[in-house]
Design a protein around this ligand. Structure first.
Ligand code: HEM
Length: 369
């Protein structure tokens, strides 16, 4: 790495699975190794904001934090959201039809998941304009200490916003996820104040940054492969395998979030040292020819598809069932209602957002007719 940090990147499918499942030699909790490591870059409160949640924890904290949130992510809760998600998608497409213009990321792929997660949490719909930038600044800086310095004001603003939101919800609780988490803190003492704020932060960031990419990248893959797009339109029974294939083909999370070696060990004849950064290449694993036939080909009817776009092991994505429903509804609604979609012929600037964590487009201008 440019800052002198020793780092390893897995590129094979089998190695990715090994790294994701290895809780003995690999940790998610940087502070357990070197508490001072990020202290010079991020002040304590902002460090707590980004780290006191399940994705940056090892058992037993991980087990406890995940169990609390899992209570809300029941199949029943997600089923209840399905009609809401459909409504949100149809409303966005109504607006697109009225204006006759579609910038697929800004007008559709982004607002859909952010509205869904905001409603689940009980955040007012319009507030997302506030935290869009804060979230994006962090994602683009992840794994880069220098860039994290520039993201610090955004983290601070995000933390203050969440603290005010929690105070307001404490006064007037609802049947939303934030109220449920406040209850777990206030009444049952099952999560600390820092963990409460950090868990809500994780749900907002993980709940939309990823799904935007499933919808945006999925649409791009379809428009780049018109034969597959035609096939799906002709045969709606392909939907289940199609969404999985789109998750594999342009995996929304390119690299699983950071892990560190918690002790020295040998791997494929190389010396991994305690404190080394371990990056798990999900995108690479999902194109490994040893695991997938003809991995560079988009095949919406692919049956043998054990992709790891949602990770693996104890940190397997908690929101996967929700994300799958969002992806299915978003893409099928677009294809049904806008039959002549194509990438704007004048558009030549296809660009992925910076940062190694995610694979997502900056913009995708579309012609409707
Ligand atoms: C297409 C959309 C999504 C993709 C590709 C995705 C991918 C992932 C991946 C790869 C991980 C594991 C990261 C690691 O091991 O370092 C993860 C964890 C997680 N995801 Fe997602 N995610 C998506 C949508 C969502 C949604 C909608 C939510 C809902 C709030 C969500 C919540 C979480 C949470 C809470 C974790 C942490 C789980 C744990 O540490 O036990 N994700 N996700």
């Amino acid at each position: 790495m440019t800052d002198g940090q020793r780092a390893w990147l897995t590129t094979r499918y089998d190695d990715a699975i090994l790294a994701l499942k290895d809780n003995e030699r690999i940790t998610k909790n940087l502070q357990s190794l070197s508490p001072e490591d990020y202290a010079s870059v991020i002040p304590e409160k902002e460090m707590a904001l980004i780290s006191k949640q399940m994705l940056s924890s090892d058992p037993p904290d991980h087990t406890r934090l995940r169990a609390i949130v899992s209570k809300a992510f029941t199949p029943q809760m997600i089923d209840r959201m399905e009609s809401d998600i459909q409504r949100i998608a149809e409303d966005l497409i109504d607006r697109i039809e009225q204006t006759g213009k579609l910038e697929a990321i800004e007008d559709f792929a982004f607002p859909l998941p952010i509205t869904v997660i905001s409603r689940m949490l009980g955040i007012p719909d319009d507030d997302y304009v506030l935290f869009k930038r804060w979230s994006s600044d962090f994602i683009e800086a992840a794994n880069n200490r220098e860039k994290l310095k520039t993201a610090f004001p955004s983290l601070q603003a995000f933390r203050l916003y969440l603290e005010e939101l929690i105070d307001a919800r404490r006064k007037t609780p609802g049947d939303d996820l934030i109220s449920l988490l406040i209850q777990a803190h206030d009444d049952q003492d099952r999560l600390s104040g820092d963990e409460l704020v950090s868990t809500i932060w994780l749900l907002i960031v993980a709940g939309h940054e990823t799904t935007v990419n499933l919808i945006g990248n999925g649409l791009l893959a379809l428009l780049e492969n018109p034969d597959q797009l035609r096939l799906w339109r002709q045969d709606p029974s392909l939907t289940a395998t199609a969404v999985e294939e789109l998750l594999r083909y342009y995996s929304p999370v390119e690299i699983a979030t950071s892990r560190w070696a918690s002790r020295d060990f040998e791997w494929h004849g190389k010396d991994v040292r305690k404190g080394d950064l371990i990056l798990v290449g999900l995108g690479a694993a999902n194109r490994d020819p040893a695991q997938f036939d003809d991995p560079g080909r988009l095949d919406l009817s692919r049956k043998k598809n054990k992709h790891i776009a949602f990770g693996n092991g104890i940190h397997f994505c908690l929101g996967a069932p929700l994300a799958r429903i969002e992806g299915r509804i978003a893409l099928t609604a677009l294809l049904r209602r806008l039959p002549n979609l194509r990438i704007s012929p004048s558009f030549t600037g296809l660009e992925w957002r910076p940062g190694i964590l995610m694979r997502g487009l900056r913009e995708l201008p579309i012609e409707l007719r």
